[in-house]
Each structure stands twice: as C-alpha cells, then as structure tokens.
Write a protein that binds this ligand. Sequence first.
Ligand code: PEP
Length: 251
Amino acid sequence: MRKIIIAGNWKMNKTPAEARALAATIAANDKIGCEVVICTPFVDLFAAKEAIAGSKVRLGAQNVHWAESGAFTGEISASMLKEVGVEYVIVGHSERRQYFGETDETVNARAKAALAKGLKVILCVGESLEQRQSGVTEQVITQQIKADLADLTVGNMKNVVIAYEPVWAIGTGLTATPEQAQEVCKLIRDLLSGIFGAETAAETTIQYGGSMNAGNAAQLLSMPDIDGGLIGGASLKPDDFAAIIAAGSAK
Ligand code: PEP
C-alpha cells in the first residue's frame, strides 16, 4: 500500500561525465521492483536525465528555493528543476541545516514552493547526537515535523516523503539500530496522523537514512514503519546501491 522508495543522495559528488556513467549503470538494473530516485548535483541533472531515460529510475535534486525567480545568487527555483525533468527534491537535509543556515522556516518555505510546482518533496528530519544523548529526540522530531509541514494540506502530503535521518548516523558509519529507527519512524507516523489524519499517515512513505548500506538495508527495511531509504555514500557505489534496491524491492 505504501510506496517503497530508495533514493540516492549524491551530495557534492560526480562531474556531469561521471554522473552520466553512474546513472547509466544504476538504470541498467533490470530487477528494480520499487521506486528508485537519484538526487544529483544541479549541474549533473541533464546528463543524469539522459542516462536514465526509458528506465525505472527517477530524477531528484538536493535543494530548491522558495521564490519563483529573482536576486537569489546561487539558488535554483522549482520551475527550473521541473523543466529539466526533476521529479523529487530533497529539502531540509541536515547538512543544509548544519552548514548553510537552513531553519524549519526556510525548509517549510522550500517544501511549499516545490509542491506548488508539482515536485515531490523528500523532507529530512533528525536529531543530533547531543539531542539523543540528552533524551530530547521526541521533542526535536515533533518540532521539526510540525514546523516543516506547517500549512501543508492532505492533498500536498500525497507528494511528500519523510526521511528520518539521525544526524549522528549520516556519513559516520554509525547506523541506528532497526529498533531505534523504527521507534522514530513510528513516532513520525503518529505525528502525521495527528496533523493530517490516520489515512494520510498510513499512506506516507517514511524512509530511514544514515549509513544505510548493502549489509544493513534488509534489516532496517524489515521494520514495519520504514518504507525505504535515503542513502548517501552507498548510493555512489553501484553494487552496494543495487543491493539496497534489491532489499527495497523485496519488501
Ligand atoms: C544522506 O546523505 O542523506 C545520508 C544518509 O548519507 P550516508 O548514507 O552517507 O550516511
């Protein structure tokens, strides 16, 4: 009933030529049985789009601005992404929050602009190590979900995927245990139920992200409220990403 989505976040990796080659390798997989997305750097989108044409792989970007156009040097609008063939966009990744001053308010503005232009949003939330160790994970996630999804409608939620990404597990090799990840994904589903109703909560894809790899994907994906993965490092390794796609396809 819920869509299983395996999304690769390439972060700031791969030139256009390299992106074309990697995307073509991922797209050549003839055993894809779930939704697969590659979120490339902006300059790689054209090359990746050509490389995945005719395959089951979907195109994603890593950020979007809230304005339609204007004096926002270095930013990209939803219309620009749409015209290039982008279907998904990541908003609120912890690296954006940590290094580029992203706040719940800007995350919310970006999500609303993307949805208004018909893009699907992968909204990232997650607690830091200090927050987990001081026992405030539930409060942090609750605040992020409420603020990041403020003003969204039930209709909007059909195009929203939530990625639970504990900051301490991203790029560190430390993975949340399946039980830790399940606990927070279930909390997120309960929060969605409170805001948008049980039906929307039951239909929303909730991914886990944070050092998901070929070895741990199946176990994480076996948890009832984990409907996919947002994968950084392992999404750049075709064999590892294929193994994660296989685990997602088997769910
Ligand atoms: C990410 O970038 O969203 C991510 C989860 O990275 P990694 O898989 O490398 O931890």
